[in-house]
Design a protein around this ligand. Structure first.
Ligand code: RP5
Length: 168
C-alpha cells in the first residue's frame, strides 16, 4: 500500500491490470499524493487474476474505500467488471496499447451498458492524472481539507499560465 501518510486508511484504490500499466497509473497516484489523499495501489487483472478481482471489488466498500480508479489496456474489462461488483464510483483509465494506441482500451471501458456506470477519462497519462484529480473532487464534496488543497492546486495551475509565449 502507498499513501501520503502511512497511518491514513486508504480512501482511493488505484488498481491496474498489469505491472506494465504502472508507468501510466502512477500519474493518478501522484495527483492523489499531491492533494494529500490516502490511496492504495494493486495489480488486479480481470482475466489473469479473476479471483483477486472478485475479492477486491466485493470487499472494497467494507474496507473503507470511497472510490476506485481502474486502469487497463486492450480488451479492458477491469473497470467494468469492478463496477459490476461494487456501488463505489469507478473511474476507468484507458491505457495506451501498442497495437491500437488505446482506442481499444477506450472503447472497452467507455461503452458500458446502462445500469453499471464507469466514469471514463482520456487515454494515457492525461487520463490517469485526471482520474486522481476527479477522485479528489468527489472526496472534496464531504472533506473540507481535500477541498481546500484542491482549490489551492487549481489556483496554482491557473497562476502558472503565462499571458504571452516565451521565445525559444
Ligand atoms: C491488460 O493487458 C493490462 O491492463 C495491460 O494494459 C495489457 C497488457 O498487459 P501485459 O501483457 O503487459 O501484462 O490486461
Amino acid at each position: 500500500m502507498s499513501s501520503k501518510s502511512p497511518k491514513a486508511e486508504p480512501l482511493v484504490g488505484v488498481i491496474m491490470g498489469s505491472q506494465s500499466d504502472w508507468q501510466i497509473m502512477r500519474k493518478a497516484a501522484e495527483a492523489l499524493e499531491e492533494l494529500g489523499v490516502a490511496y492504495e495501489t494493486r495489480i488486479v487483472s480481470a482475466h489473469r487474476t479473476p479471483g483477486r478481482l472478485y475479492e477486491y471489488a466485493n470487499n472494497a466498500q467494507a474496507r473503507g474505500l470511497k472510490i476506485i480508479i481502474a486502469g487497463a489496456g486492450g480488451a479492458a474489462h477491469l473497470p467494468g467488471m469492478t463496477a459490476s461488483m461494487t456501488n463505489l464510483p469507478v473511474i476507468g483509465v484507458p491505457i495506451q496499447s501498442k497495437t491500437l494506441k488505446g482506442l481499444d482500451s477506450l472503447l472497452s471501458i467507455v461503452q458500458m451498458p446502462a445500469g453499471v456506470p464507469v466514469a471514463t477519462v482520456a487515454i494515457g497519462e492525461a487520463g490517469a492524472a485526471n482520474a486522481g484529480l476527479l477522485a479528489a473532487s468527489i472526496l472534496a464534496l464531504s472533506d473540507a481539507d481535500v477541498a481546500k488543497r484542491l482549490a489551492d492546486w487549481r489556483a496554482r495551475q491557473t497562476a502558472a499560465v503565462g499571458e504571452t509565449p516565451k521565445s525559444d
